[in-house]
Design a protein around this ligand. Structure first.
Ligand code: C2E
Ligand code: MG
Ligand code: MG
Length: 561
């Protein structure tokens, strides 16, 4: 029975995947299973004959450099000291070949030791990989936001005793265009190249991270006040702005940078990052490709904007919007050919807020989508109640074209109101034809197929206007009011109006002059052959009920005629 048990024990120890050794009270290794010899890489010859002393093993290891560089006898005696203390111990040994062994020793009755050796290399490697993944961005391998926060916290603690540091928030200009036009794989390559250029610009003491998308951030310990940070910002803008070659294509993207200095602009991670972000926002507004230092005044302005944004979000459900209508007058017949619907926001505290103020914000925040749908529904619903079957014009934002839901929104508005599609006019600006042109043109054609009319609004303020007129058969061109305003003083404005009116005549497109305020402008525009006019000379935009009164009296031309 007993020898059976021994046999069994031997079989277990021989086949056990971990190493096990047993020492007697004189620190002689009286047993070491094959796995122990294997993980420790000890030659079998050491275990032939009399059991080896632990000291011999230590010396053998020290000589072959197992414990790193140093004096062999010192390394041996230090270890023997520990072994003699006979206390339970756990430690990890990093072997020169890269293997990590977890060593656990426990004293046994009678003065000996049982030690286990487990190869934890793979486990430690996985842990390190997970740790790396948790703290780095997978695409660029740069530290991520989590690690950046940690490092910033450490750096801030360091300068608490004196010193400064700069946090630079960086964002690529028009990166979205690269993704949209050349595809995400190209965008990814670009981001990697940006990360590489960034890293090459920095010193070892600086930290650079990618926060996601095209957002990067840098921590820079500074010595010479703002000047160091400014120097780096200039260099980064310069380096990141030079062309990238990807798949045979030359790509140019700029970078904008916001800078906050600790402790001046904040001594906590959140506040500093927020302030450099505010400065970045400023740099972008100022025209991109720039850097900007944080100033407390910026903070106040951004707060004001945030408040406005919050109020705007509530305004739709609170019913604070209304449509005003401005008549469009046909010069040949003298009749009102339609009304343009213009959005008004009655804010309980601010009073009437101008669309020039809130439309850009609504576009940035995406609120323009539900708001634009509301305008469409409301305008159609009101127009169907009018005493005359005239047109209603609705302004569309370029952002609404991105939603891909625009055609459906127009259809819904028409279906609910039962307004004939021919009475709806949609006003777009040149920007719609600037980005995503093919998709937007397809949308325009779909809208056209519904039977609605399409006008080009604010014509002349955009880019290469004439080519846009060729790209889509517009029903109407609205000459921007900036040309009308200076019509009588500036010959160039006159020339543009003349050219557009002539173009309209030859292409058979209606031309509407916007912002007509004086009799003199009116006369000139008539002489140039504009077909329609709109402006304070006839009527400012008015609430729906007053617009209906205007229609009933059909009196807009009274003053002029
Ligand atoms: P817009 O489409 O070019 O509209 C004409 C603007 O000129 C209106 O300003 C109108 O009130 C103003 N206006 C009309 N006649 C005269 C005039 O004789 N003199 C002067 N100085 N101005 C005149 P408003 O209502 O402030 O709208 C400004 C802009 O906001 C509009 O320009 C349009 O781009 C945008 N907008 C207004 N409502 C909407 C909307 O429902 N959706 C979208 N996406 N944009 C809208
Ligand atoms: Mg308009
Ligand atoms: Mg306009």
């Amino acid at each position: 029975m007993r020898s059976d048990q021994n046999y069994l024990l031997q079989a277990i120890l021989d086949n056990f995947p971990g190493g096990i050794s047993v020492m007697d009270c004189d620190l002689r290794i009286i047993f070491a299973n094959p796995a122990a010899r294997r993980v420790l890489d000890l030659p079998d010859s050491m275990f032939v004959g009399d059991p080896p002393f632990l000291e011999e093993i230590f010396r053998f290891n020290a000589r072959r450099g197992e414990y790193g560089p140093g004096d062999v006898e010192q390394q041996v005696s230090a270890r023997i000291e520990l072994a003699k203390a006979r206390k339970p111990h756990v430690f990890e040994r990093q072997r020169p070949d890269g293997i990590t062994i977890e060593v656990r020793g426990a004293p046994v009755e009678g003065g000996g030791f049982v030690t286990t050796y487990i190869d934890v290399t793979e486990r430690r490697r996985n842990e390190a990989r997970i740790e790396h993944m948790a703290h780095h961005d997978a695409l660029t391998e740069l530290p991520n936001r989590v690690l950046f926060h940690k490092r910033l916290g450490e750096e801030l603690a360091r300068i608490a005793r004196g010193g400064n540091l700069a946090v630079l928030c960086l964002d690529l200009d028009h990166f979205k265009n690269v993704n949209d036009t050349l595809g995400h794989p190209v965008g990814d390559v670009l981001l990697k190249m940006v990360a590489e250029r960034l890293s090459n610009c920095l010193r070892d003491t600086d930290v650079v991270a990618r926060f996601g998308g095209d957002e990067f951030a840098v921590i820079m310990p500074i010595i010479d006040g703002d000047r160091d940070a400014e120097g780096l910002a200039r260099k980064l803008i310069d380096v990141l702005g030079s062309p990238y070659e990807i798949q045979g294509q030359e790509i140019i993207v700029g970078a904008s940078i916001g800078i906050a200095i600790a402790p001046r602009d904040g001594d906590a991670t959140e506040g500093l990052l927020r302030n450099s972000d505010i400065a970045l926002y400023r740099a972008k507004v100022d025209g991109r490709g720039r850097f900007s230092f944080f100033e407390p005044e910026m903070d106040r302005r951004i707060q004001a904007r945030r408040t406005l944004e919050l109020e705007l979000r509530k305004a739709l459900s609170n019913g604070e919007f209304e449509l005003y209508y401005q008549p469009v007058v046909n010069l040949r017949s003298g009749d009102v050919s339609g009304f343009e619907a213009l959005l008004r926001w009655h804010n309980p505290e601010r009073g009437m807020v101008s669309p020039a103020e809130f439309i850009p914000l609504a576009e940035e925040t995406g609120l323009i989508i539900p708001l634009g749908e509301w305008v469409l529904r409301k305008a159609c619903a009101e127009a169907i109640t009018w005493p005359l079957p005239i047109k209603v014009a609705v302004n569309l934002s370029p952002v609404q074209f991105k939603s891909r839901n625009l055609v459906q929104a127009v259809l819904t508005a028409l279906a609910y109101s039962r307004l004939p599609p021919g009475r709806l006019e949609l006003e777009i600006t040149e920007t719609v034809l600037l980005g995503d042109t093919d998709a937007n043109l397809a949308t325009l054609h779909q809208l056209r197929e519904l039977g609605v009319h399409i006008s080009m609004d604010d014509f002349g303020t955009g880019y290469s206007s004439l080519s846009y007129l060729r790209s889509f058969p517009f029903d109407k061109i609205k000459i921007d009011q900036s040309f009308v305003r200076e019509l009588t003083e500036r010959p160039d404005c006159m020339a543009i109006v003349r050219a557009v009116a002539g173009l309209g005549t030859s292409l058979g497109i209606t031309t509407t002059a916007e912002g007509v305020e004086t009799q003199e402008q009116f006369d000139r525009l008539c002489a140039e052959g504009c077909t329609e006019m709109q402006g304070y000379l006839f009527s400012p935009p008015r609430p729906a009920s007053e617009a209906v009164m205007l229609m009933l009296r059909n009196s807009v031309m009274v003053d002029v005629a």
